[in-house]
Design a protein around this ligand. Structure first.
Ligand code: NAD
Ligand code: TYD
Length: 368
């Protein structure tokens, strides 16, 4: 593989990044992948075991805040693009410890931007025309919606409410500034909640599946009527590939699946799927495990994405419905108990203890 035929992916050992890399190779994309990942608690190189021996895949253990490493990788591999996933990504952790979020999400993005700019400035010809910086961001930068409000579009003003969302909003602003001030060919995607294989079981869907399989309580924050707009992860991956191939420089594209569901409805759906797929489970009906617990501070009530721009301009469409995606997800976790076990280490147990033990228990399932 020629050294000019690479993309640099940051955070490729995390949930979306590893799905993106697996999908990149499965769909026969014409470039190798250099994966820069610090392997925090959320990074798991085993997600990529099936491709780790390829000549056109390399995992580099390193920090996106490290100027020397990023500069060296750009100089040595001359990637066509940087696809930037690396982040601290869990809202509840950002409430307990925002420092890491400011460092990785803001300082890390700043460092990548300055290295990318230095690199881009010395490119010429095709290499320069081709180069892109794709910043993967979230719908949470737009804040929260009332029940009747129209979905977030690309011009919705930013109004982040959690430390996580504020750090991602800051990074989006930095990217925008690097396009306008320095002419860096960057594009931003803002996506709704993802779900699917390899998602760390601190997030709602894998947490519920993992707890239900063990007969543990299924914690629903507050009244469970908060709404998220769910997107199956491989649909997000195809959106990113589409934007990389044909998105316009300096633009933002919202990505969503058009699947608004309340958290309680999601949890009930999961319980019904587990009842159907785990016949004879001692925990059946799994919905009996639902517990309403103390709400997340500053909890955003509703997210919804208006994805018409990427659909009409770039002809991208989500292919999974929530029903097909959720079934595939549950089936994947049922088929991969060793994966759940391998990530449920001492550090994970410590997080579960500290996040849930102090949350007052409000009610049982059916008591609301
Ligand atoms: P994740 O937490 O599963 O993975 C993050 C990855 O980044 C891990 O592999 C981790 O080791 C790595 N990382 C963390 N700090 C690093 C650093 N300083 N240097 C190098 N690597 C580092 O996250 P995810 O859910 O896969 O999200 C990926 C991106 O997509 C994030 O930018 C997130 O904001 C965005 N996003 C996520 C969702 C979602 O529902 N998960 C939705 C929209 C947008
Ligand atoms: P999460 O998966 O943490 O994603 P985000 O906060 O980025 O949307 O949470 C999804 C929704 O589920 C959110 O409204 C919070 C809620 N939630 C619970 O009700 N219980 C839980 O144990 C967790 C982790 C989340």
């Amino acid at each position: 593989m020629s050294t000019s035929n690479w993309i640099l992916v940051t955070g490729g050992a995390g949930f979306i990044g590893s799905n993106f890399i697996l999908d990149w190779f499965a769909t026969g994309q014409p470039a190798g992948v250099l994966n820069l990942d610090l392997l925090t608690y959320a990074g798991n190189p085993a997600n990529l075991a099936s491709i780790q021996h390829r000549d056109d895949y390399k995992l580099v253990l390193g920090d996106i805040c490290d100027r020397d490493i990023v500069t060296r990788l750009l100089a040595d591999y001359r990637p066509n693009a940087i696809v930037h996933f690396a982040a601290e990504s869990h809202v509840d952790r950002s409430i307990v410890g925002p420092e890491a979020f400011l460092r990785t999400n803001i300082e890390g993005t700043f460092n990548l931007l300055r290295c990318a700019r230095d690199h881009y400035n010395q490119l010429t010809g095709d290499e320069r025309d081709r180069f892109r910086f794709l910043h993967v961001s979230t719908d949470e930068v737009y804040g929260t919606l009332s029940p009747e409000a129209p979905a977030f579009h690309e011009n919705t003003p930013f109004a982040p409410n959690s430390p996580y969302a504020a750090s991602k909003a800051s990074s989006d602003h930095l990217v925008r500034a690097w396009v306008h001030t320095y002419g860096l060919p960057a594009i931003i995607t803002n996506c709704s909640n993802n779900y699917g294989p390899f998602q760390f079981p601190e997030k709602l869907i894998p947490l519920i599946i993992s707890n239900a399989l063990q007969g543990q309580p299924l914690p629903v924050y507050g009244d469970g009527q908060q709404i998220r707009d769910w997107l199956y992860v491989t649909d997000h991956c195809s959106a990113i590939r589409t934007v990389l191939a044909s998105g316009r420089i300096g633009e933002t594209y919202n990505v969503g699946g058009g699947n608004q569901r309340s958290n309680l409805a999601v949890v009930e759906n999961l319980c019904a799927l587990l009842d159907a797929l785990c016949l004879g489970s001692p925990h059946e009906p799994h919905a009996q495990l639902i517990r309403f617990v103390q709400d997340r501070p500053g909890h955003d009530r509703r997210y919804a994405i208006d994805a018409r721009k990427i659909e009409s301009e770039l002809h991208w469409r989500a292919t999974e419905t929530f029903e097909t995606g959720l079934r595939k997800t549950v089936q994947w976790y049922l088929a991969n108990p060793n994966w759940i076990e391998s990530v449920s280490s001492g550090a994970y147990q410590h997080w579960i203890q500290s996040n849930y033990a102090t949350r007052a228990h409000l009610a049982e399932a059916g008591a609301r």
